[in-house]
Write a protein that binds this ligand. Structure first.
Ligand code: NAP
Ligand code: HSE
Length: 428
């Protein structure tokens, strides 16, 4: 049996897991695909670096072109990260007829269309299961499992770092800055955690999920993203008193030919299954017109969970090779959806206001809601420690984003409202 030869770009956390699984599960893999799989060459930045896995030193190279231009290699697994140069390596490998498996959500969110188009031209496969929610097979599920249904909503905890931080803040009362430092020390958050905590990592993953779920191209600019750096302990405690948890949720919704995709800290009812997804775990809730509610849960990152998805993609590529059907993946973005306007995007909202504590203030606030046609579901005014100002917490009934923006604008001009402390979307 002629072995299938793989070129591995990167031998960090995920690359190490890929080597462990390909070597450790060799017999099972060979039985499934009918050929042994061999990691033939590995790109690293520094060949001399100490590694926590033993690999044949002659396979290591610091020259990317040596791997992508190697005529013996059938499949490239890209787990080096990065966007600009990495895209060049992938396009060159496709040009030479090699199939691609990648874990790179940044690359797929920004350049997925171009890479997939090139793959189609060249009759090659590109699989990217590990790019969203690490070990959860959500991409295959959206493409294949939901092929017969029309997806109306995808709601995901797709960033483990921020879920870890929010879980610690909720369960232990810890302050944001302290837990962020802990997440960095534990290696969950990057040294520069901006992409995680400001919602960009989740936005890139939601770009991929919504494109697949709605079968319509969604670009990163279509996704509005807000992170968790402004979430306070006070917000979390009020949420809990009202029966909610604060989670960084990616939310993609479809109504007829209109969609919206966003990432934001959201108050979610404690009774919703996604509210109990804690720590670094990920979960993706999918609602389909026919199937109703479904949810997928598991490790969103880490060496072996992520490598599991990558090697499953490799198995798919090799099976396609045996059948001679590489590059024949169906065109997935055949719909042309329009983005919803702020008038069309609707949800409940939570508001925490600092207001003057005197007669008539609540009436003024209620009048603003009435003028903007936003209906109030509940109001809470905790007893104030000083007599000059107090906090008011309001949860609205479902209202459009545009109406809510009008309410917030009106509060800016209302002397009795000293500060709009927090505003959250409410789900569940
Ligand atoms: P990592 O630990 O930083 O490893 C990156 C590897 O690529 C290292 O072996 C490094 O070489 C090599 N590399 C990087 N730039 C290179 C260059 N310019 N030339 C040659 N080699 C280069 O990264 P990772 O955590 O494994 O992540 C890899 C990819 O998987 C990223 O796209 C990431 O977003 C994605 N991903 C990661 C996870 C996770 O749990 N970590 C989960 C899902 C997706 P040296 O070893 O010599 O430094
Ligand atoms: N930084 C990401 C997270 C890693 O925290 O979920 C997986 O993409």
């Amino acid at each position: 049996m002629k072995p299938i030869k793989v070129g591995l770009l990167g031998l960090g956390t995920v690359g190490t897991g890929v080597v462990r699984i390909v070597e450790g599960h060799q017999e099972d893999l060979t039985n499934q695909v009918g050929s042994p799989i061999v990691i033939a060459q590995i790109l690293v930045k520094d060949r001399a670096k100490a590694r926590n896995i033993q690999v044949d030193a002659s396979k290591l190279t610091e020259d990317p072109w040596e791997v992508v231009r190697n005529p013996d290699i059938d499949v490239i697994i890209e787990v080096m990260g990065g966007i600009g140069q990495t895209k060049e390596y992938i396009l060159e490998a496709l040009e030479r007829g090699k199939h691609i498996v990648t874990a790179n959500k940044d690359l797929m969110a920004l350049h997925g269309q171009e890479i997939l188009a090139k793959a189609r031209d060249k009759g090659c496969d590109v699989y990217y299961e590990a790019s969203v929610a690490g070990g959860i097979p959500i991409i295959r599920t959206l493409i294949e499992g939901f092929s017969s249904d029309r997806i109306t909503k995808i709601m995901g905890i797709v960033n483990g770092t921020t879920n870890y931080i929010l879980t610690k803040m909720s369960q232990e009362g810890a302050a944001y800055a302290d837990v962020l430092k802990e997440a960095q020390d534990l290696g969950y958050a990057e040294g520069d955690p901006t992409s995680d905590v400001e919602g960009l990592d989740a936005a890139r993953k939601m770009t991929i999920l919504s494109t697949l779920g709605f079968r319509s191209h969604v670009s990163l600019e279509d996704v509005s993203a807000k992170g968790i750096s402004s979430v306070t302990q006070e917000d979390i405690q009020y949420a809990k008193r009202l029966g909610y948890e604060v989670k960084l949720l990616g939310i993609a919704e479809r109504q007829d030919d209109f969609i919206s995709v966003s990432v934001q800290p959201t108050m979610i009812k404690q009774s919703h299954p996604i509210a109990s997804v804690n720590g670094v775990f990920n979960a993706v809730y999918v609602h389909g017109e026919a199937v109703g509610e479904t949810m997928f849960y598991g490790a969103g990152a880490g060496e072996l969970p992520t490598a599991t998805s990558i090697v499953a993609d490799l198995v798919a590529v090799v099976k396609n090779m045996k059948l001679g059907v590489n590059g024949r993946q169906a065109q997935l973005s055949y719909n042309v959806m329009k983005l919803k306007t702020d008038e069309q995007i609707a949800s409940k909202f939570f508001l925490l206001l600092h207001v003057e504590d005197r007669a008539g203030v609540l009436a003024q606030i209620a009048q603003v809601f009435s003028d903007c046609d936003v209906s109030i579901e509940s109001v809470m005014q905790p007893s104030a420690p000083n007599k000059m100002s107090t906090e008011i917490i309001i949860i609205t009934h479902e209202a459009s984003k545009a109406s809510m923006n009008k309410v917030l604008g009106a509060f800016e001009g209302l002397a009795a409202v000293r500060k709009i402390k927090s505003v959250y979307r409410v789900e569940g």
